[in-house]
Design a protein around this ligand. Structure first.
Ligand SMILES: [Ca+2]
Length: 160
């Protein structure tokens, strides 16, 4: 497996390269207290039972036939209902719903209030040119969670 570049996957440059969508009662903050490694990490807070919070990474180019694994560190401070999804994009930057969709997301587990390593993985469906990492809270969730150290690994077909 080979590590591929994910711009600002460690939040050391604040929210650079991440696109944030937050409604009234949610907040997204990069701060020292939320760092697992380095100086900065991400804190996501969702205080509403109707709105969701979402952050999407910059697109990373993919090769057909390769297998991709995203790993990151996270911990739940309060509540539950937050996770990470791997999304594949076509040439028009539209999100593709792949047959691997079921495997390409991971929920933070309620009991893990210590920093925990999570992974989610997938194979690009036909037409993919890039992947994106989406950090989100569920619409109904009231949750506070921290994230750091997003990394992407690529496994070529001959090594699968
Ligand atoms: Ca960091």
């Amino acid at each position: 497996m080979q590590s591929i570049d994910l711009p600002n996957g460690d939040f050391e440059e604040d929210l650079k390269d991440w696109k944030v969508s937050v409604k009234d009662s949610g907040t997204v903050m990069v701060r020292t207290k939320s760092a697992k490694t380095g100086t900065l990490g991400l804190l996501v807070t969702d205080r509403s039972e109707t709105d969701a919070v979402q952050l999407v990474s910059g697109p990373v180019p993919v090769k057909m036939g390769c297998f991709y694994r995203v790993s990151f560190q996270a911990r739940l401070i309060e509540g539950s209902g937050s996770g990470v999804r791997l999304r594949f994009l076509d040439a028009d930057r539209k999100v593709l719903e792949g047959e691997h969709g079921r495997d390409s997301s991971v929920e933070l587990r309620q009991e893990n209030t210590d920093w925990t390593n999570y992974t989610c993985s997938g194979t690009p469906p036909a037409g993919s040119v890039a992947l994106q990492i989406a950090i989100r809270t569920n619409g109904r969730a009231v949750v506070k969670a921290e994230f750091d150290d997003f990394q992407i690994l690529e496994l070529p077909p001959q090594d699968q």
